[in-house]
Design a protein around this ligand. Structure first.
Ligand SMILES: *Cc1c(COP(=O)(O)O)cnc(C)c1O
Length: 451
């Protein structure tokens, strides 16, 4: 706990100097900021000493809880050797070890690891690789992309070009390259008006139509496998993922899976694409890569893609991309420790009962008047609030209903961040059953109080 003068200073400076991401600062500066001082396990503690369950895994990336000894120690050990050295030229030990490890656990065939710093850059790299691949192959017209409505791949101009969230992405449209958007398999609000069970994945036909018509101009399709995160935790129906993957192959279009959110156990498998044995040509990883400790990302590619970039220096086939902190040794050391924990603590095996418990615990929410849809995949859950359950009429975004519920939850000791009118529950993978119950109780009470 901090002495109160310093605390007040921090609050003032926060408002005076800090520009928070995805935040209307005019609103922010009217509120008392929540300033986190420390954390342990699933708990965060603010400067007043008040504790909160980290219900969104510190923006979807924490897996093993905070202050996890094994990861802390791995970083300290690495720090005693060197904090950072570049991969442009020399190599470093943790980066090598981690590349080997990632290739080992990744879906078969993804053997080449290209590092960067965050989810956006991991996807940016994937898009550039895909584009460049076809240029090298002499198919120079393959310059466009296919992506899904409601898709989210990051905030750089490139990844926004393949982003399908109107609210975030429409403003910058004049800056984008050409992308074809396929329908999102968002069953609760099926864009084709189908009922859940009788659809036979008609949305895949729509995707096929796009590919059939434009494949000569399309370099790659990019999608979040199984769960579209920022678009509303949209959980895809069984078969969509493998179907989309097969269509890419059929029409000679590279397939990029953005596993930035879904990777590293979130969905119950190590990678979401393993649920349907669908292996992409390129896979982007970040958030959970080192248990949510520090910025690190990796883009994995097949030998086939890698080989196309080989040639005489003068042929200029080099992949011209790289960041200052690419393959940072501290981040890689943390990632190795995180992956070791998966084995040592049987993280994935232990998840199954928690996933079932979450599913059972969400049942009672169905009866609440303003709960339209409940979606879950692994340890990701979303509650879509609606103004009118029978018509599925959404809450007007101006009502900020999600924010109101989350503020209520915060008072009760749970930190959440909504996606508009959709509540997101995504605790660290190591959450205990009793903590999960507490989380669900707080959400339930908060919902009852607000809507
Ligand atoms: C968060 C996220 C990104 C962007 O990652 P950043 O590290 O925030 O740049 C990309 N894709 C998906 C699926 C994400 O959830």
């Amino acid at each position: 706990m901090l002495d109160s003068t310093y605390k007040e200073q921090l609050e003032t400076w926060d408002k005076q100097y800090l520009w928070h991401p995805f935040t209307q600062m005019q609103d922010y500066i009217k509120e008392t900021p929540l300033i986190i001082e420390e954390g342990s396990g699933v708990l965060l503690k603010d400067v007043d000493g008040k504790e909160y369950i980290d219900g969104i895994s510190s923006m979807w990336c924490n897996l093993h809880g905070h202050r996890k000894k094994e990861i802390d120690d791995a970083i300290k050990r690495q720090l005693d050797k060197i904090a950072h050295t570049t991969l442009l030229g020399p190599s470093n030990m943790p980066a090598i070890e981690l590349a080997r490890k990632l290739a080992e656990i990744a879906p078969k065939g993804l053997t080449k690891v290209f590092y960067s710093d965050n989810g956006s850059t991991a996807n940016e790299v994937a898009l550039k690789m895909a584009f460049h691949y076809w240029q090298h192959k002499g198919l120079k017209d393959k310059t466009q992309f296919v992506a899904l409505q409601y898709g989210y791949h990051g905030d750089t101009i490139g990844t926004m070009s393949v982003g399908g969230i109107e609210l975030f992405h429409r403003t910058f449209r004049p800056l984008y390259f050409k992308t074809h958007f396929a329908l999102s398999p968002y069953c609760y609000r099926c864009p084709l008006g189908k009922q859940d069970k009788d659809c036979a994945l008609a949305c895949l036909e729509e995707l096929e139509n796009i590919l059939k018509k434009h494949s000569d101009h399309i370099a790659a399709m990019i999608m979040e496998p199984l769960v579209q995160g920022a678009g509303g935790m949209i959980v895809h129906p069984k078969g969509y993922l493998s179907g989309a993957r097969a269509l890419c192959k059929k029409y000679n279009v590279l397939c990029i899976f953005d596993e930035v959110l879904t990777g590293f156990g979130r969905t119950g498998h190590m990678f979401a694409c393993l649920h349907e044995n669908a292996v992409p040509d390129i896979m982007a990883l970040s958030k959970g890569i080192n248990g949510g400790y520090m910025p690190l990302a990796a883009t994995l590619a097949t030998e086939e893609i890698y080989n196309v970039f080989l040639g005489e220096y003068s042929e200029l086939k080099t992949f011209f991309h790289g960041h200052t902190y690419t393959g940072n040794p501290l981040g890689c050391a943390a990632a190795l420790a995180s992956l070791e924990l998966f084995e040592k603590e049987r993280i994935r095996e232990n998840l199954e009962s928690k996933i079932d418990h979450l599913r059972a615990g969400l049942k009672r929410f169905e009866l609440l008047e303003h709960v339209g849809d409940i979606r879950q995949c692994g340890l990701i859950a979303a509650i879509e609030l609606v103004k009118d359950k029978s018509t599925k009429e959404p809450y007007p975004w101006e009502e900020r209903v999600g924010i109101k519920v989350c503020l209520e939850a915060r008072q009760r000791g749970l930190l959440l961040r909504p996606l508009g009118h959709i509540l997101v529950l995504m605790p660290p993978l190591i959450i205990e059953i009793n903590e999960l119950d507490r989380l669900l109780n707080i959400v339930y009470e908060s919902l009852q109080n607000v809507v």
